[in-house]
Write a protein that binds this ligand. Structure first.
Ligand SMILES: O=C([O-])[C@@H](O)[C@@H](O)[C@H](O)[C@@H](O)C(=O)[O-]
Ligand SMILES: [Mg+2]
Length: 447
């Protein structure tokens, strides 16, 4: 194919946006979050984009890969990506702990970098072939919209900090104002959920736990269930509960929640895969995870131990094509497909939409997305929409989005102006608790 496009340029653009003071086991989200866009252009005149979490070492790695990408043939993207995977960088920049909540860890950036490059190549291929990316993934497009969940957090009082959190004051009442206000108990989280339902029509919720005592978080789940009896509600304490606690709470919630996410983890010499297997046996509650099955080797061990039911294969941890293979395995092996997320812009939202659209079979749990906390800060002209609890596949070839370069440059300028460019959830916590430190086995406010 002599007229096959070749990659002409690769722009690596770190970008930043605003976030609320969301709490989790790692502390409090900063008022800013950062991501990286990889923008490729080809000789046919198209541009393709991918998004991934931002870290200084991911930026370096992307620079390192640039010579492999420039001049490569678009339709030989498989070979190009195989070269990335065969490079030493894969071993050197892959952690097998994957605990993104530990600020001082500077691990695994290989997959984040590869994911952004792969997404941009798929976007370009889709534009060249006039096909959506979902059709380029092995199982092909299965649906036009995918269920997503309302991702709820306890929200700290931003006024206790001197950080640049938005106030929401210039927003009309409803979700866009509510998401900036403190929500530290069950009643406040229920109000957040009501605003989210009003805006997006969710029927599924996940409460980010690992913040208060487990009893209080279980009470919040029950409050959500009694307010939305037709909905599915779960909680993710990010493995901060002990196995004993997880079993106690699991028995309390059995039959009421569709699954629990990482209810417990490694303790007393037993791995997280082992404790989750014991949890499942003791409670019969299905287990989802984004903490102990984030690559092929981890997934294999998790499945051998019968530790999990729902691998939340995030395309930024696995790459889109690998996450699609996980979805195929789920379909063939009787598991349920799901997807994890972190704060993100709308390029990632489109990546997730295509991944969900291509997942085969009907055992799919509502995908995670943090987008509702970022909605209103798009980097594309027409971001994918969440309506009636579903994320709609954007129309058009490739990822179906076109970058709004003016907004991209603004988000890049914001990134350049930030003092702290890597995620560090411990920072904001110092305003709430003196000398606060991360502890994987204690909820953030239990000190
Ligand atoms: O955004 C957060 O605070 C979450 O805690 C995120 O960092 C996790 O990776 C995540 O969403 C999860 O499901 O564990
Ligand atoms: Mg999780």
């Amino acid at each position: 194919m002599s007229d096959t496009p070749v990659i002409k340029s690769m722009r690596i653009v770190p970008v930043a946006g605003y976030d609320s003071m969301l709490l989790n086991i790692g502390g409090a989200h900063n008022c800013y979050f950062t991501r990286i866009l990889v923008i490729l252009t080809d000789s046919a005149g198209n541009s393709g984009v991918g998004e991934t979490p931002c870290h200084a070492s991911t930026l370096q790695l992307l620079e390192h890969f640039r010579p492999l990408i420039i001049g490569s043939s678009l339709m030989r993207a498989n070979a190009t990506l195989s070269q990335l995977f065969a490079s030493d960088a894969r071993q050197q920049h892959t952690s097998h702990t994957n605990d993104i909540h530990i600020p001082q860890m500077n691990p695994e950036k290989f997959y984040n970098a590869a994911a952004a490059i792969e997404a941009a190549l798929l976007d370009l291929q889709g534009k060249f072939l006039d096909l959506p990316v979902a059709d380029l993934l092995a199982s092909g497009k299965q649906r036009e919209r995918i269920p997503v969940l309302g991702y709820l957090f306890y929200v700290a009082d931003r006024k206790r900090t001197n950080m640049d959190y938005r106030s929401g004051d210039n927003e009309a009442d409803g979700w866009f104002r509510q998401r900036h206000q403190p929500a530290m108990d069950s009643a406040a989280v229920v109000r957040l959920a009501e605003a989210a339902v009003e805006q997006y029509g969710f029927r599924d919720f996940k409460l980010k736990g690992g913040v208060l005592h487990g009893e209080q978080e279980v009470e919040t789940v029950e409050a959500l269930l009694s307010r939305f009896p037709q909905s599915r509600v779960t909680v993710d304490p990010n493995a901060s509960w002990s196995l004993d606690e997880a079993i106690r709470f699991g028995k309390q919630l059995a039959g009421k929640v569709p699954y629990l996410e990482d209810p417990c983890g490694a303790e007393q010499g037993y791995s997280g895969r082992e404790t989750l297997a014991e949890f499942r046996r003791a409670t019969g509650v299905p287990v989802a995870t984004n903490m102990i099955a984030n690559d092929w080797r981890q997934l294999q061990h998790a499945l051998q131990l019968n530790a999990i039911d729902i691998p939340l294969a995030d395309p930024h941890f696995w790459t889109m094509r690998n996450a699609n293979v996980v979805a195929q395995l789920c379909n063939e092996w009787g598991l349920t497909t799901g997807c994890h997320s972190n704060n993100h812009f709308d390029v990632s939202l489109a990546m997730v939409a295509h991944l969900g659209a291509a997942a085969p079979g009907d055992r799919q749990t509502a995908f995670d997305t943090h987008w509702i906390w970022q909605d209103g800060q798009p980097l594309s002209h027409q971001p994918p929409q969440i309506r009636d609890g579903y994320l709609e596949l954007p129309p058009g070839p490739g990822l179906g989005i076109e970058l709004n370069m003016e907004r991209v440059e603004q988000a890049h300028a914001l990134y350049n102006a930030l003092p702290d460019k890597n995620r560090n959830d411990a920072l904001g916590m110092q305003f709430l608790i003196d000398n606060w430190r991360f502890d994987a086995k204690r909820p953030a406010l239990v000190r």
